[in-house]
Design a protein around this ligand. Structure first.
Ligand SMILES: Cc1cc2nc3c(=O)[nH]c(=O)nc-3n(C[C@H](O)[C@H](O)[C@H](O)COP(=O)(O)OP(=O)(O)OC[C@H]3O[C@@H](n4cnc5c(N)ncnc54)[C@H](O)[C@@H]3O)c2cc1C
Length: 435
């Protein structure tokens, strides 16, 4: 493998940029390809959302060293919004990396140069071939000695349909602007409307809190919260080592308790009918939510595996996560996800030199944290640099995730117990969530 080739990193999000910083520290040239017009493009899209992690948990250590050499000063305590994470950390980091970050390039496929997926002969000695398309439509063919896919899952939200397929009529209703798949930047335009939030995770809780605030300000507003399983009590887990995240579910449940929001549990959306400008959601048991003006579906994300199709990969068939870590993060089993640090060993793929990192490595599992990813990146880059001892080391003990909805839904036993390892204490006070 020609050592002068760069390591190609897909995605200039928190994890891709951290990977580039680690590679540079090991004397390896990174080339980061980012589809957006600037680094942190996905985070910028949820820039209005306040994180439940504090600044120290959001900054990678190698990135910090690179930035501090430029005179940058790390923000202190406090919970940034996504926009602040970009402005005060990701954008300066991309700037420090200079032309090693190429924006406006969408990666469309990855393979081994001159070898399709089937061919064994000389495979591992061939460089990776990465195909992309630039913003002006130009096709690109780039070669790399290794590829780190940190392209996240943000661009592929799950549908409102409970089966994982869009509900009947969902696509048409979405095209008509009657369904959105993101936490809204502003809820003011929904004043006086009938809104249904679909989903049971922290993003759904966040949207519910904002809408409950709107109900106070604009009393004609009606909010229903449709949940596939039972009430998501685990969202407000007191065991959550991230207090701000643990507080989210509690505040959403308060809005349910005081009647501002009506929770509809066990509602599995199969069809979304349009009648005039309004919608009816139909559940698999025949129940209906009628006269709905807008649906906010916040049912999680899934990875785009199409770009890795020509590589030999080990992907968990259920979670679409890296197979080696799926057992650790499966919400069917770990209702609270006592997520431990994962590194090069767990992330290894049948294609040597290729890794899925960051949020994408978790596939559909909802428990990914920036700190988890920074430890992945540290370990994987050490492995690429030949420092197997550093790669095998675990430099982080992660907090519990507090995500309990999966096991609750399937009726499994909760494992919401304190982490086995001594967790690091992440923050002490809840972050404000603008209602
Ligand atoms: C609303 C929200 C709040 C969160 N809050 C927290 C929190 O408080 N604490 C915490 O630890 N974690 C939090 N997370 C989880 C996680 O840390 C973030 O999702 C984080 O952004 C994941 O980083 P990433 O680099 O893996 O992916 P992303 O940030 O999604 O970055 C991936 C990048 O790849 C680019 N890309 C995608 N496809 C391609 C392609 N084909 N070619 C080229 N580029 C591509 C995207 O444009 C994007 O810039 C939150 C997530 C969300 C959605």
């Amino acid at each position: 493998m020609p050592q002068q080739l760069p390591v190609i990193v897909i995605g200039a999000g928190p994890q891709g940029l951290a990977a580039a910083a680690h590679l540079l520290e090991h004397g390896i040239e990174p080339l980061v390809l980012e589809r957006g017009s600037a680094a942190g493009a996905a985070v910028a899209e949820w820039g209005h959302v306040r994180l439940f992690s504090e600044w120290p948990e959001l900054i990678d250590r190698a990135a910090r060293r690179l930035l501090e050499a430029t005179g940058w000063a790390a923000p202190g305590a406090g919970y940034p919004t996504g926009g602040e994470w970009v402005a005060r950390y990701l954008a300066p980091l991309a700037e420090a990396l200079g032309d090693r970050v190429r924006t406006g390039v969408t990666v469309t496929g990855i393979s081994r140069a001159g070898r399709d997926k089937v061919v064994n002969a000389g495979r591992a000695a061939q460089p990776f071939e990465v195909r992309g398309v630039a913003a002006d439509g130009t096709e690109l063919r780039l070669l790399g000695r290794a590829v780190l896919d940190a392209s996240g899952t943000w661009n592929h939200p799950n549908p409102a349909g409970a089966s994982g397929l869009p509900a009947l009529g969902e696509k048409q209703a979405a095209q008509a602007g009657l369904i959105s798949y993101r936490i809204p930047p502003s809820v003011a335009q929904l004043a006086g409307k009938h809104v249904v939030v679909v989903g049971s995770g922290h993003s759904a809780a966040h949207a519910v809190i904002r809408l409950a605030g709107l109900v106070r300000r604009a009393p004609g507003t009606r909010v229903e919260w449709a949940i596939r399983g039972g009430a998501p009590s685990g969202l407000s887990s007191a065991d959550d080592q991230l207090p701000a995240r643990g507080a989210l579910g509690g505040r959403a449940q308060e809005a349910v308790a005081d009647g501002r929001v009506v929770q509809v549990t066990g509602f599995r959306t199969t069809e979304i009918r349009r009648t005039g400008g309004r919608l009816s959601l139909v559940g698999d048991d025949g129940r209906r939510l009628d006269d709905v003006d807008h649906v906010i579906a916040l049912t999680g994300f899934r990875p785009d595996l199409s770009i890795v199709r020509e590589l030999r990969t080990a992907i968990d068939p259920g979670l679409e996560a890296v197979a080696g870590l799926a057992g650790e993060i499966d919400p069917n089993v770990h209702s609270c996800g006592t997520v431990r640090a994962t590194g090069a060993l767990e992330l290894a793929q049948p294609e040597p030199g290729f890794y899925l990192l960051g949020a994408k490595s978790y596939g559909r599992a909802p428990t990914f944290l920036a700190l988890t990813g920074y430890e992945q990146v540290r370990s994987v880059v050490a492995e690429l640099a030949g420092d197997h001892e550093a790669a095998a080391r675990n430099e982080l003990v992660l907090p519990e995730s507090g995500v309990c909805s999966g096991a609750a839904e399937v009726g499994g036993a909760s494992c919401c117990a304190p982490a086995q390892k001594q967790p690091i204490r992440l923050g002490v006070k809840p972050a404000p969530v603008e209602a």
